[in-house]
Design a protein around this ligand. Structure first.
Ligand code: PA5
Length: 426
């Protein structure tokens, strides 16, 4: 479902002749859990091993909640929210008319934003999915306090109890004890799966179930990817090797993930977190950035084409089949001079732009381009591509000899903030 195309990479032959013994060694470290961060490899077999009983229970709970609400507030930050939001946008689009809208809070402490959401939901039937593995993260923690109180104030304790779901560690953390005390339904984030690798756990699945997304198809996609990646001669590892060579041998510093679909924007945000938080350590790693074209062709496109050379390369997500296509209408007068386009559909024009831009960036701009051909843009494709990128990221991190599964740098800001806020113990 994802095919890598390296025809615009000058050193393609170096990718094909890369030391596959090394890749096998790294793969063995993942499978045998002998590499760095091996306590966090639960995601690897998860497409097959996921807890089927919990999955059914989640479906039941989500169905009941879906019948009762118009808005689900998804409270979480980082890996505890980006996957659900990426799927929501990629699969349902930006203006879904589905009966349940997902609104994301807990990823900001902007009083302006939180107040706006408070006002927005105050005349709506809403529920809350409170998601935090540690159960102690400040941003979602204080947001939950605000929205829990609002729900209780509007609907009373009993309704609030029915409409609040906690997704957290099985035993530890403030959220777990709070949920137990209040009697909220609780789903578990496995110990050995870190935030940004947790999309296929209740973290990603529960909000998507409430949103009516076909999570069976999504999981099927992840299983398909698992099967397609059984041999180490796979496209995900080819992608990892190519970006590794671009970075370490050819000294490129930034990778732009590009999509021509606006509803893939949050997917690129999820990808940025996956690679940024996994690889950006020990003074190593590519800086992950992203663009949506045509939008950004009229802003960063200038820099990519003509700006500082040899710092960035592009990875293009080329979605072959749009969810829906559109004809360019004919106009008898042709005052805007656009009738020449009416023999093409919008998707065909978008694809032509993609080809023209690749040509311009690669040949004139001298910017290497990796192309990832995606079959389509639906739940199955989402599950497939998320698992595909996770596998690429794990190998990529091991090629850099870092631990792809921790995030020690994130703690620095937290400590400073706690000290300044006079949190007890800091
Ligand atoms: O990928 C990660 O581990 C992080 O981005 C976490 O998901 C994020 O910091 C949120 O943590 P928690 O789920 O503990 O609130």
């Amino acid at each position: 479902m994802i095919k890598i195309n390296l025809k615009h990479i000058e050193f393609e032959s170096e990718v094909s002749s890369f030391d596959m013994k090394l890749i096998q060694e790294l793969e063995d470290k993942i499978i045998n859990k002998t590499g760095k961060g091996s306590d966090f490899l639960g995601w690897y077999n998860w497409p097959n091993d996921y807890d089927k009983k919990e999955y059914s229970l989640m479906q039941e709970t989500a169905k009941a909640l879906r019948n009762e609400i118009e808005v689900l507030l998804v409270i979480g930050i980082g890996g505890s929210y980006l996957g659900a939001r990426a799927a929501d946008n990629m699969i349902r689009g930006l203006y879904s008319k589905d009966k349940v809208q997902l609104i994301y809070v807990g990823n900001t402490m902007s009083s302006t934003y939180i107040n706006q959401v408070l006002e927005y939901v105050s005349d709506k039937e809403f529920g809350i999915a409170n998601i935090s593995k540690s159960g102690t993260t400040t941003e979602p923690g204080i947001s939950f306090r605000v929205f829990q109180k609002k729900l209780v104030e509007l609907k009373g304790k009993e309704v609030a109890k029915r409409r609040i779901v906690a997704i957290t560690d099985k035993a530890k953390g403030a959220l777990k004890s709070l949920a137990t005390k209040e009697g909220y339904a609780t789903f578990t984030i496995p110990d050995d799966i870190g935030g940004r690798f947790s999309v296929f756990t209740p973290v990603g699945l529960f909000p998507l179930m409430v949103a009516g997304v076909d999570t069976d198809a999504l999981m099927k996609g992840s299983q398909k990817a698992f099967n397609d990646l059984k041999s180490i001669n796979n496209d995900a590892y080819k992608y990892a090797i190519t970006r590794y060579l671009l970075n370490v041998k050819y000294n490129y510093k930034t990778e732009f993930l590009i999509s021509y679909e606006l509803q893939m924007q949050m997917f690129t945000e999820w990808w940025k977190q996956l690679f940024g938080e996994s690889e950006g350590k020990d003074n190593k790693g590519l800086l992950p950035s992203s663009c949506i074209f045509s939008t950004d062709l009229h802003s960063l496109g200038q820099f990519i084409q003509d700006g500082t050379k040899n710092v960035l390369f592009e990875t293009i997500i080329d979605i072959k089949k749009p969810q829906v296509d559109l004809e360019v209408p004919k106009d008898d007068e042709d005052l805007d001079g656009l009738n020449y386009l009416t023999s093409n559909s919008f998707h065909e024009i978008n694809q032509t732009a993609l080809e023209g831009v690749i040509e311009a960036h690669v040949n004139t701009g001298q910017v290497p381009n990796i192309i990832l051909e995606f079959d389509k843009m639906d739940a199955e494709m989402f599950g497939y591509s998320i698992y595909w990128f996770m596998r690429a990221c794990a190998i990529s991190g091991y090629l850099l000899e870092i631990n792809p599964f921790d995030q020690p740098g994130v703690e620095v800001y937290k400590k400073n903030m706690f000290k300044l806020l006079k949190k007890p113990g800091y």
